[in-house]
Design a protein. Sequence first.
Length: 202
Amino acid sequence: MDNRPIGVFDSGLGGLTAVKALRRLLPGEDLIYFGDTARVPYGGRSRETLLKYARQDIAFLRSFDLKAVLIACGTVTSTSLDTLRKENDLPVLGVVEPSCREALAVTNNKKIGMIATLASARSGAYERTLKGLDAVIHTARLLFSRVFVQKVYYTIASSAVQGQKRRFSQLKFAGRRFFRFWRQIFGFLPAFSGSIFRWVLL
């Protein structure tokens, strides 16, 4: 039995959802997580910069003698997965195909909306993967600007470093603003001839 850990990385803290899923699916495995909060968000970076960051992230994780790496970042997966697989002599997994398979499993009208970073959208990886799995699927996408992601992230992150009482009230305020924004967005999401049944955050 290979007792070496599995490495997981993302541009920030969002990849902890992947860690949670891995703990549920593979309870006996050791996991090492790296969130590159110093350079978050990745979504507005160039392909070259994303590959550079991903190589550095993997190099850091490999210092722990891993048996596999999961890229829990849709942006890095969609732009750099093939190159990273060629450069590393251990399994390197991404999140594009699993996300697409899950979206296909829950849509009931062959329509999937993608809430994506600019880099993910430019890569076309999600559309290609969805079409490869189901040729008649229809897609639409809503793009996040780097400025928006940065604003939301730092609003919440800065709240977390305040005093206990103040932190709780600020986090509640940030959360209310965040979900109010989402309610507005979902009120204006583009649709085709009818409603899109599932939107996927990439």
